[in-house]
Design a protein around this ligand. Structure first.
Ligand code: THU
Length: 126
């Protein structure tokens, strides 16, 4: 198992998802080689929940302000691989670039490698 998959599996254990019961784990690797983890954090007020990508990015930025993304591993329990939601694609784009690698996976071990540019073409930027 790749090290990022292993990290994402352990991150997923920390999900707080009592409403959807859909547990997501994310591991991000910075261009400096450091790894940060995130899991989804749901809330009784449903729209206030955080996706796993969002919590991983917050962990990264708090520990290493200014860090940039080299790789992302996203893991969910669906039939198919979990691809980041639209909002998270934009959030990943804030800290990465078109070449950032995003591996989308599920528990069965299916994996699909994308670039962030493929997932979010013509990304919005100021
Ligand atoms: N979720 C993520 O954590 N990341 C995604 O990219 C898609 C969806 C979470 C949000 C919610 O807690 C649960 O999965 C079901 O939508």
């Amino acid at each position: 198992m790749s090290d990022l998959r292993e990290h994402a599996m352990s991150a997923r254990e920390c999900a707080h998802a009592p409403y959807s019961n859909f547990h997501v784990g994310v591991a991000v690797k910075t261009t400096e080689g450091e790894v940060f983890l995130g899991a989804n954090m749901e809330n009784a007020s449903y729209p206030e929940g955080w996706c796993a990508e969002t919590s991983a990015l917050a962990q990264m930025q708090m520990a290493r302000p200014g860090a940039r993304l080299a790789e992302v591993y996203v893991l969910g329990q669906g039939k198919g691989v979990l691809t980041p939601c639209g909002g998270c694609r934009q959030r990943l784009s804030e800290f990465g670039g078109a070449a950032t690698k995003v591996t989308c996976a599920n528990l069965k071990g299916d994996e699909q490698l994308f670039t962030l540019g493929q997932l979010l073409p013509s990304a919005f930027d100021l």
